[in-house]
Design a protein around this ligand. Structure first.
Ligand SMILES: [Zn+2]
Length: 145
């Protein structure tokens, strides 16, 4: 089961907020079955995500990645260090969820981000991805690792 983690980076003098990268591990790439005659179009579900959530980048691994700073241990106030990190990253996760919002497209509910939906022209730049097939939301909503 893929996991989303935040890796905080050393803060520079010009940073107005702590820099971080989104780390996704145990990720299994999404595969499409195209209809006969349709043209396959490569799709990166994380394209543009870093910029939109304010991360410096997105690191994706197929193997488990342990970030020592995210290890569970007793922290200040009796909360685990992991819970504190998750609390601090909840706004980033909310932005990811907001990015992958449902939109009605020709009678089908699709993921606006994964489908590269253009609100003005009401068209998709990518192959429409059904909202319940959004891999990012499946990862976010999956059972805990
Ligand atoms: Zn999506």
């Amino acid at each position: 089961m893929a996991r989303l983690q935040i890796l905080e980076l050393p803060e520079g003098a010009d940073d107005d907020r702590p820099p971080f990268v989104l780390v996704i591990d145990e990720y299994v790439p999404q595969r499409y079955i195209t209809a006969g005659g349709s043209e396959f179009k490569a799709h990166d579900p994380f394209e543009g995500v870093a910029k939109k959530i304010g991360a410096r980048g997105v690191l994706i691994f197929d193997e488990p990645i342990e970030i020592p700073a995210n290890e569970t241990s007793a922290g200040a106030g009796g909360y685990s260090v992991k819970a504190q990190v998750e609390g601090g990253s909840s706004r980033a996760l909310a932005r990811v969820r907001g990015l992958h919002s449902p939109v009605d497209h020709q009678g089908q509910t699709i993921c606006s981000e994964c489908s590269a939906y253009d609100l003005a022209s009401r068209t998709t730049d990518s192959r429409p991805v059904a909202y319940d097939q959004c891999r990012t939301l499946q990862v976010l909503n999956g059972p805990p690792a």
